[in-house]
Design a protein around this ligand. Structure first.
Ligand code: HEM
Length: 403
């Protein structure tokens, strides 16, 4: 803890050290109970920002139209990465009316109807990958034989990224979502991936397919979206589709394997899987530190604190998901829990665009694995599983299993 800066509450240095498994970051865990609207300083950027951790406060800030994303562009706000994760112009960094227009353009691709149609296709893919993993025999690293390839092909097909380009895109993903790169490295990788999507959109404008990039290229021709908006939205969707899903599904599986009693019951009652996925989403702290900040366009009261116009604010969804005033025994996994909806996909206008996709993929992958591998267990002691370091999304480096 540091001495007060200027005036007002102390500024907490949030080190965000890499944590194994589902260990919860001790600072936000404590702030949630002791100082639910606190000032923090992260490793990169300048100054400090507010960190909001309580469920109701997080919802209030995330749905407050006075909280701007567009105003974060070009400001050196204290952050997890040396460069801004989401490129300017994309859906994550826009305010209404631009944000509303962009969300409308991508909504049909990620809506419930489309996801229902995609589910069967994903299930067949999952069956095929499971059969190959079974044929190769134990042990297997499920992140490379099953979870990684499945999440990559699903998002690539939805967007229209050729399978042959996936390795390249995946290398860019690593560069961008690392908190250990320099600002210059991060910017240069972002430039490469932006160039790639700009070329792809040009190509799809002339040779359209049944995919989102083709739809966005057509919308651009009609003036519905600009090139920078198209590129940064495509980048954000691709990175999330590849990284968030891979890591969270691998972590979900790990959690199931280290809670054998609850998992046994779930196998016996597979209809409970959607509810179990929600509890896993609530329970798993899926990211290191915080994501994208917001900037107040007016003085805003929250949790007894006044956030001044122009100040930066982070909401921390994983802490809200562990709020003891909302969940009984919040730090305990309970796959039968039926309490308030979790906030793992965010809240308000910026609610995760890929939530239906992520949920569908998680359900298909977990049900396939639980069904096809009745004796599934970690192939090493769970404590020996290695967890990613220096990355935005948390998850196992590999998930060695046997059966
Ligand atoms: C389980 C996996 C995932 C989790 C936990 C997750 C979580 C989140 C969260 C917390 C936000 C931010 C909400 C905010 O800004 O307040 C978000 C935004 C977003 N997510 Fe996801 N996400 C996941 C998967 C995906 C997938 C698969 C895609 C698309 C392929 C996706 C696309 C996006 C986009 C485009 C946004 C920005 C939305 C906006 O600013 O309007 N996400 N996600």
């Amino acid at each position: 803890m540091n001495p007060p800066e200027n005036h007002g509450p102390v500024v907490h240095d949030w080190a965000v050290t890499p944590l194994p498994g589902t260990d919860f970051d001790p600072l936000p865990h404590r702030l949630l109970r002791e100082e639910p609207v606190a000032r923090v300083r992260l490793r990169h950027g300048e100054g400090h920002a507010w960190l909001v951790t309580r469920y109701e406060d997080v919802k209030r800030i995330a749905s407050d139209p006075r909280m701007s994303r567009a105003l974060t562009v070009g400001r050196p706000i204290t952050s997890m990465t040396p460069h801004n994760l989401a490129p300017a112009g994309g859906v994550g960094r826009a305010d209404p009316p631009d944000h509303t227009r962009l969300r409308k353009l991508i909504a049909p691709t990620f809506g419930r109807r489309r996801m229902r149609a995609l589910r069967e296709h994903t299930r067949l893919r999952a069956e095929d990958l499971a059969a190959r993993t079974l044929d190769a025999g134990p042990p297997a690293d499920l992140t490379t034989t099953f979870i990684g390839p499945l999440s990559a092909t699903v998002v690539a097909e939805l967007l229209g990224v050729p399978a042959a380009d996936l390795d390249r895109v995946d290398r860019w993903r690593e560069g961008i979502l690392s908190s250990d790169t320099t600002a210059a490295e991060g910017e240069s990788v972002k430039k490469e991936i932006a160039g790639y999507f700009a070329d792809l959109a040009r190509h799809r404008a002339d040779h359209p397919g049944d995919d989102l990039i083709s739809e966005l290229a057509a919308a651009r021709a009609d003036g519905g979206i600009s090139t920078p908006e198209l590129v940064s939205t495509a980048v954000m969707l691709t990175l999330n589709g590849l990284d968030a899903v891979r890591n969270i599904v691998a972590t979900m599986l790990y959690v199931l394997l280290v809670h054998p009693d609850q998992t046994r019951k779930l196998r016996a009652e597979p209809d409970r899987l959607p509810g179990a996925v929600d509890e896993l989403l609530r329970y798993i702290p899926q990211r290191n530190g915080v994501g994208m900040p917001r900037v107040a366009t007016a003085d805003v009261e929250v949790g007894g604190v006044t956030i001044r116009e122009g100040e930066a604010v982070y909401v921390f969804y994983p802490a809200a998901n562990r709020d003891p005033s909302v969940y009984t025994e919040p730090d305990r996994l309970d796959l039968t829990r039926r309490e308030a909806p979790h906030l793992a996909f965010g809240h308000g206008a910026h609610y995760c665009a890929g939530a239906q996709l992520a949920r569908m993929e998680a359900e298909v992958m977990l049900s396939t694995l639980l069904h096809r591998f009745p004796g599934l267990a970690t192939a090493v002691q769970p404590e020996r599983i290695e967890w990613r370091r220096g990355t935005v999304n948390r998850g196992p480096v590999s998930l060695p299993v046997t059966w």
